[in-house]
Ligand binder design. Structure first.
Ligand SMILES: Cc1cc2nc3c(=O)[nH]c(=O)nc-3n(C[C@H](O)[C@H](O)[C@H](O)COP(=O)(O)OP(=O)(O)OC[C@H]3O[C@@H](n4cnc5c(N)ncnc54)[C@H](O)[C@@H]3O)c2cc1C
Length: 464
C-alpha cells in the first residue's frame, strides 16, 4: 500500500514529540497522534541530567529549553542528619530543572511548525497488520468527531508512555512498581544549595528536591512498596520520615504546600527493555524501558534512544525499503541497550542502596571524600559516562569502602561488613543480568568501547 507518511508516531509525549521535532526539518513525513495536546501538569521529567541536555544540543534542539524559566543545575547536594556535601557535575556540563508540561509544549510546537508533520488529535486504538503479520499503520478514534480513522506508514513508532497499550504486541516486558513518588511544589523556598539537586538521606527512604522555576522547588518524596499510599499511611510517613529532616530554610514553604494539599502521586516502575522485533514498528520511551526516577535518568535515556534510532533511519535513502527499515530497527535495539544500561542499572541500584542503612551510610561517606571516584560516579549519574566498566568499578569500590570503614571502626563490625557486601552483590547482580546479559559478548565488548568513546569525544560534547 502506498503510504502518505514515512512514519506514524503514537504519542506526542517526551519521546514522540522530540523525535518528530528532530526528524521533521529533515523532510521525513510524519503523522503525530495524541489524545491530548494541551499542557499537562505532571511531576515527571522535571530534572534533565547533563546527558539529556547534551543530547538535545547535539540534535540542534537545545533552544527548546529557553524562554520558560527553566533553571540550570550545577551538581548534587547530599544531606544526611547534620552532615552535608556537594558534588559538582564534571567540567562545564549543566542539568536543567523545569516544568515538564511547558517544556513538552515547546517541543510539540517545534515539531508541528513543520509542513512534514501532520497532527492527529485522537486515540490510537489498534495496529494494522498485513497478511504477512507486518505492521503497516494504525486505527485511531478522532477526539473531536469520535470517528474511526486509519493512518498508514512503513514505520510506526509506539511512544505512548508507561501505560502503553501496544507494549503487549511488541515486547516481552514485565514491569514492577518499586515505589511511589509523592510530588509537592514548594513556593519561594530557599534550598540549602541553590542550583543543586538535593538528595535527603536521613529517613528510611530518600526524598529529593530541585528548582523547576525561579520561585518553585519540586519536592519528590519516595513512598516504598507496590501499593499506592493510603492517606493515613502517607501522613504517618511524612510526620516520621520527612518533616523532621526538612532544612529550616525550607520549612515554611513545605508546611504551606502540605496545607494546600496539592499532592500528586505517581508509581515508579522498573521495566528492562525486552523488545519483540517486528516488521513495521518500533518502541521508544517508557513504552519500551523504565527505571526508578530517583536519578532523573528517564529523559537521558529517551533522548539518547532518539539519537540512536534517528541515526539509523537517516542513514537510509528513503522509507521505501521495508527490509532495510527492519534492519535499522534491529540495529537500534542492539545499540540502545549498551547506551542505556548504565542509566538503568544505576537508577535501580541507587534506589536500593539508599533504602539500605549500611549502604546508604557508605555511599554518603564515599561521595563526601570527593576526588576522582566521586567525579566518576557523578559523571555516570549525569549520563555523561556510559562505560559499564566505570559503573561496575565504582559500585565495587563503594561496597569495599563501606565494608572496610565498618571494620576499621571496630573489628566486631565484621558481620555487618559481610552483610553490606552481600547486600551490594544482591542489588547489582540481577540488574546487571537484566541490562548487560542481553548483549552478545563480542558485541558487548566492542560497543562498550564505542559508546564510551562517543560520550568522551569532545567533538560530540561541544555546546553549539
Ligand atoms: C515520578 C516520576 C518522576 C520522573 N522524573 C524524571 C526526571 O526528573 N527526569 C527524567 O529525565 N525523567 C524522569 N522521569 C521519567 C520520564 O518522565 C519519562 O521517562 C518520560 O516522560 C517518558 O516519555 P514518553 O514519551 O515515553 O512518555 P510520556 O511523556 O508519558 O508520553 C506519552 C504520550 O502518549 C500519549 N498517549 C498514550 N496513549 C495514547 C494513545 N492510545 N493514543 C494516542 N496517544 C497516546 C499520552 O497522551 C502522552 O502524551 C520520571 C518518571 C516518574 C514516574
Amino acid at each position: 500500500m502506498k503510504s502518505e507518511f514515512d512514519i506514524c508516531i503514537i504519542g506526542a509525549g517526551m519521546a514522540g514529540a522530540t523525535i518528530a521535532a528532530y526528524l521533521a526539518p529533515k523532510g521525513i513525513k510524519m503523522a503525530l497522534i495524541d489524545q491530548c495536546f494541551k499542557e499537562k501538569k505532571r511531576i515527571v521529567g522535571e530534572l534533565l541530567q547533563p546527558g539529556a541536555v547534551l543530547s538535545l544540543e547535539q540534535m540542534g534542539l537545545g533552544h527548546l529549553l529557553d524562554g520558560f524559566d527553566a533553571q540550570s543545575v550545577e551538581g548534587y547536594a547530599l544531606l544526611k542528619g547534620h552532615e552535608r556535601c556537594t558534588i559538582p557535575y564534571p567540567g562545564h556540563y549543566k542539568g536543567m530543572g523545569l516544568h515538564n508540561g511547558r517544556f513538552l509544549q515547546q517541543i510539540r510546537a517545534s515539531a508541528l511548525e513543520n509542513a512534514s508533520v501532520t497532527q492527529i488529535y485522537g486515540k490510537a486504538l489498534t495496529l494494522i497488520e498485513n497478511d504477512r503479520n507486518e505492521i503497516i499503520g494504525l486505527n485511531y478514534r478522532d477526539a473531536v468527531t469520535s470517528k474511526i480513522g486509519s493512518v498508514y506508514a512503513p514505520l510506526t513508532i509506539t511512544s505512548d508512555g508507561f501505560f502503553s497499550n501496544f507494549r503487549a504486541h511488541l515486547s516481552n516486558n514485565q514491569k514492577t512498581v518499586t515505589s511511589y513518588f509523592i510530588g509537592l511544589i514548594l513556593k519561594d523556598c530557599a534550598m540549602p544549595f541553590p542550583k543543586h539537586g538535593h538528595v535527603f538521606l536521613s529517613g528510611p527512604t530518600p526524598f529529593i528536591c530541585y528548582s523547576i522555576s525561579t520561585h518553585e522547588v519540586r519536592l519528590l518524596i519516595d513512598f516504598p512498596g507496590e501499593q499506592i499510599p493510603k492517606r493515613f499511611l502517607l501522613q504517618e510517613h511524612l510526620d516520621t520520615n520527612v518533616t523532621p529532616y526538612i532544612p529550616a530554610s525550607m520549612l515554611e514553604s513545605y508546611q504551606k504546600a502540605l496545607q494546600e494539599g496539592e499532592f500528586k502521586v505517581m508509581p515508579n516502575h522498573y521495566m528492562p527493555a525486552k523488545p519483540i522485533i517486528r516488521k513495521g514498528a518500533v518502541m521508544l520511551g517508557d513504552a519500551l524501558n523504565m527505571r526508578h526516577p530517583l536519578t532523573g535518568g528517564g529523559l537521558t535515556a529517551v533522548f539518547s534512544d532518539i539519537q540512536i534510532l534517528s541515526g539509523h533511519l537517516l542513514s537510509m535513502p528513503d522509507f521505501s525499503d521495508t527490509d532495510l527499515i527492519h534492519k535499522k530497527i534491529e540495529a537500534y535495539y542492539r545499540d540502545r541497550q549498551s547506551a542505556n544500561a548504565n542509566l538503568n542499572i544505576l537508577a535501580n541500584a541507587l534506589y536500593a542502596v539508599m533504602s539500605n542503612n549500611l549502604l546508604k551510610t557508605a555511599v554518603f561517606k564515599y561521595l563526601q571524600c570527593g576526588g576522582p571516584n566521586a567525579q566518576e560516579s557523578i559523571a555516570i549519574l549525569a549520563g555523561l559516562n556510559r562505560s559499564h566498566v566505570s559503573l561496575l568499578k565504582q559500585f565495587c569500590f563503594l561496597a569495599m569502602f563501606g565494608a572496610c570503614n565498618l571494620v576499621q571502626q571496630n573489628i566486631l563490625n565484621l558481620p555487618k561488613a559481610m552483610k553490606l557486601l552481600k547486600d551490594a552483590f544482591a542489588i547489582i547482580k540481577p540488574l546487571t543480568k537484566n541490562e548487560l546479559s542481553q548483549m552478545a559478548f563480542p558485541y558487548r565488548f566492542l560497543n562498550k568501547i564505542k559508546t564510551a568513546a562517543f560520550f568522551d569525544d569532545p567533538k560530540n560534547c561541544q555546546r553549539p
